[in-house]
Write a protein that binds this ligand. Structure first.
Ligand SMILES: [Zn+2]
Ligand SMILES: [Zn+2]
Length: 239
């Protein structure tokens, strides 16, 4: 059994997957003593594939090739022969014990210190991030802020206005000048003009530009609003 035979068997399995083959997300070819063998790991669908699913997928394969399904508590596996090459298809059982990382995933708090409470995010998988309760509360407060009904309503209203004005619900913004000459700093902010006639580096507002221009007295405030609006635009979907 040579490496090239094993590679050919693998190509046959991957390029023209037989109907009996369950979804596999990782293949490898490895030397096993004098032989080469092909191994495939069942696609765990981002860790959501459970033990019962693994049995449901592997039992028919074992039955088809009249080979046993082995389970050593860690690995559920069946072996078969394909184009003369030994092939094993396996499912690695996640270790169920949770690990507590040394440090909060979002701040320097040490989770092992006595009196430090922490929570596990996500679906309970063992790789799920663990954060301290302080961080959890900060995240929750931030979430509440973004869900505030007046903010959501205001965002929606502006989104419709911008769609009518610029053709996109969340255009990118820039600092701009509403008058030629004079001002040292942009005296307004406005959606980026997408007209072909308008040089992207030219910060002046012309007739080609969107009407939704907001004059701001302080350039610092304008720069801040541009950053806020662009962060929002980049975080959200644009149509
Ligand atoms: Zn923390
Ligand atoms: Zn323009």
């Amino acid at each position: 059994m040579s490496a090239s035979t094993a590679a050919a068997a693998l190509a046959a399995l991957t390029d023209d997957a037989p109907a009996w083959l369950p979804p596999v997300d990782h293949w490898e070819i490895a030397r096993d003593g004098d032989h080469w063998k092909v191994s495939g790991q069942l696609d765990t669908v981002d860790g959501t594939l459970g033990e019962a699913d693994a049995y449901r997928l592997l039992v028919p394969v074992a039955d088809r090739f009249k080979r046993p399904l082995t389970d050593d508590g860690r690995l559920i596996r069946t072996e078969l022969s394909y184009f003369g090459t030994p092939v094993s298809i396996w499912y690695l059982r996640p270790v169920l014990r949770w690990l507590v990382p040394e440090q909060c995933a979002t701040c320097p708090t040490k989770l092992g210190d006595p009196g430090v409470a922490y929570v596990r995010l996500g679906d309970g998988s063992r790789e799920a991030p663990v954060i301290c309760v302080g961080c959890r509360d900060r995240m929750h407060a931030a979430w509440v802020l973004t869900q505030r009904a007046p903010l959501v309503a205001a965002r929606r209203a502006v989104s419709e206005l911008l769609l009518a004005d610029t053709g996109v619900q969340r255009p990118l913004w820039r600092g701009c000048f509403t008058e030629l000459g004079g001002a040292e700093y942009p005296n307004a902010i406005g959606p980026v003009c997408t007209s072909d006639e308008h040089d992207g580096d030219d910060p002046t507002v012309y007739v080609c530009c969107p009407d939704t221009v907001v004059e701001v007295e302080a350039p610092e405030l304008g720069a801040y609003l541009v950053e806020l609006l662009n962060a929002d635009a980049e975080a959200g979907e644009r149509s």
